[in-house]
Ligand binder design. Sequence first.
Ligand code: NDP
Length: 335
Amino acid sequence: IFKRYTNESVQETDMELKLGNPIKLEAPKGSNAVLVKNLYLSCDPYMRGRMRDFHRSYIPPFSPGSAIEGLGVSRVLDSDDPNFKRGDLVTGYTNWEEYTLIKKTNELRKIQQDDGIPLSYHVGLLGMPGFTAYVGFYEVCAPKKGDYVYVSAASGAVGQLVGQLAKLHGCYVVGSAGTSQKVELLKNKLGFDEAFNYKDESDLESALTRYFPQGIDIYFDNVGGGMLDAALANMRAHGRVAICGMVSQNNRTDPQSFRNMFSIISKRITIKGFLQSDFIHLYPRFLEEITGYYKQGKIVYIENMNHDIETSPAAFVGLFSGKNVGKQVICVATE
Ligand code: NDP
């Protein structure tokens, strides 16, 4: 569900959009809210979990009938919060619509526009997925120079940065992805040592043995299921597995069984699930370091940009069949 205000003739200076549900283009006095124009909306796999009422989830479900809530980059049009003013660029939770009245302004972060950095990167490289890669790799995987690192969904929003950080750390890095185009990107643009298309492999366990004859020290797991099981079988003693996501399981109703759980004991593997939000105190350090790496040309970031808000639902669904090449973003407006 997403809302579109279709009256193209409406100017931002107009006080009212005369549509099905008229909204005033102002932040009501006393609301402490900000009225924003959304520029970039982020499509993220975790949003799938908000489409069912799952009591063990860490985030509440969406409310049917309301616009989808998600991360975005927006421009402030009007503010009743003294911390924001018209023209400010902000990132944080907004809605899948063109204009949003944001009430939880304490969760918004102001963006200093930097011509060297695309604005959309604030929902990708410098946003939640980039931060997930950063804390997942450095804080959860406890990497050491020379470690053998495996990353699944490696060309995606999170995986592409994990692999590049691992390379900068002096690790040997292999990534897997679901198309030959993505495999090429991993090897030729993102600097992975090796990459393979997991869909071409009939036996994931032996594929990983082929790429890691000496075993895996770190597995950064974005997909779960059979891939996690195959990685467990290939871990080295005292290996670390960061459970970041289980995108392969999102749409399944039948849980996949694991054959290699005993490896956890026999190889003394540390498996740790994490949420990026647990490490939020590290955000300023992350921004500084990753911005630096980007400006020095040490990392690159690939986006899959859609240019029409109408395509948002399809772009979202595409995450679960691998249609996106890089971070999936919807451009709603550029200014
Ligand atoms: P991506 O940009 O990687 O997009 C999802 C990708 O998953 C697709 O492009 C596809 O790539 C792959 N995929 C889809 N279905 C399957 C499947 N059945 N089996 C294997 N791969 C599949 O997403 P993100 O980088 O944003 O997220 C990656 C993971 O990280 C997700 O699991 C997400 O939930 C998790 N996450 C966790 C966070 C945390 O705090 N723990 C925060 C942010 C994300 P391909 O073509 O290669 O198959």
